[in-house]
Design a protein around this ligand. Structure first.
Ligand SMILES: [Zn+2]
Ligand SMILES: [Zn+2]
Length: 272
């Protein structure tokens, strides 16, 4: 029996949020190894040809956004005067992201015109709300801001884990984040992975999964390209898979993708 088959407890409330050291999750034996390896605190199972990731999106670490009365509250870290909190507080929500095991490409050429960081400017965008899951079990949102807002200003309300909650309390990431890195560290994984998006797009860091350099000339406007995703042991997790390099050094400024490369996106999003 694998480490990941620990019994699942009842759905946690905000009051009994767990840490990376004591969170429990159920990962089924038949999910692809990528999902069994790079995600903490997230229930993962197969439904037909889909991988289903289920999480309450409660961060498994202390943050200001739990609110002052919570046992996992932390004082605001303004990161050298750069940031200030938004008025929202974390609530447990049911986030369910369904990822096709064999996604179908839309055939898009993702150029700068499509990647404008504004919500609702293209039918090819990920919808607002939870459209992916990060290794720390926190929801991934896309890299757009609502009309009138600027995603680069919203970043100024991120906590030290690079996340913030929506008005209805859903804590989420929009890009490269220290929450994912802490989760990977707790899993004993030597790689940078920011999770997966609902259409099957895989999220890596500045390097390929095996640590090799990215051929940046092949990256599109959201730092995505197609290639095999191979780990340090030589295991090929995905062949010919579109993935985005979430890295501040590249075109996308360290943000997640905005445009769906693949067709399907079945998730239960909360509002942004
Ligand atoms: Zn946000
Ligand atoms: Zn790559």
């Amino acid at each position: 029996m694998s480490l990941f088959l620990l019994a699942c407890t009842a759905a946690p409330s905000t009051e009994d949020a767990a840490t990376l050291a004591d969170c429990t999750a159920t990962v089924a034996d038949d999910v692809p190894a990528f999902f069994a390896t790079y995600f903490a605190c997230t229930d993962i199972s197969m439904e037909g040809d889909n991988v289903v990731l289920a999480t309450d999106s409660l961060p498994p670490y202390a943050t200001y956004y739990y609110g002052a009365d919570h046992e996992m509250y932390a004082e605001w870290d303004d990161q050298g005067g750069e940031t200030s909190p938004n008025p929202n507080t974390i609530e447990a929500l049911t986030v369910r992201v369904v990822v096709p095991a064999d996604p179908v490409a839309r055939g898009l050429d993702i150029g700068e015109a499509l990647v404008d960081h504004q919500m609702g400017t293209s039918d090819e965008e990920y919808v607002a709300g939870s459209v992916g899951v990060a290794p720390d079990s926190v929801a991934n949102f896309n890299a757009t801001a609502a009309p009138g807002d600027d995603i680069f200003e919203e970043e100024l309300t991120f906590d030290e884990w690079d996340a913030h909650p929506t008005p209805n309390g859903e804590y989420h990431h929009h890009g490269a984040n220290r929450g994912a890195l802490a989760a990977l560290d707790s899993l004993g994984v030597d790689a940078t992975v920011f999770g997966v998006m609902c259409d099957g797009t895989v999220l890596l860091g500045c390097d390929e999964l095996d640590g090799s350099a990215v051929d940046i000339d092949t990256l599109d406007a959201q730092d995505g390209h197609v290639g095999d995703i191979v780990d340090l042991d030589g295991t090929v997790h995905f062949s010919g898979r579109y993935h985005a390099h979430v890295c501040a050094d590249y075109n996308g400024f360290g943000l997640y993708p905005e445009i769906q490369y693949y067709d399907a996106c079945d998730s239960a999003p909360a509002m942004p």
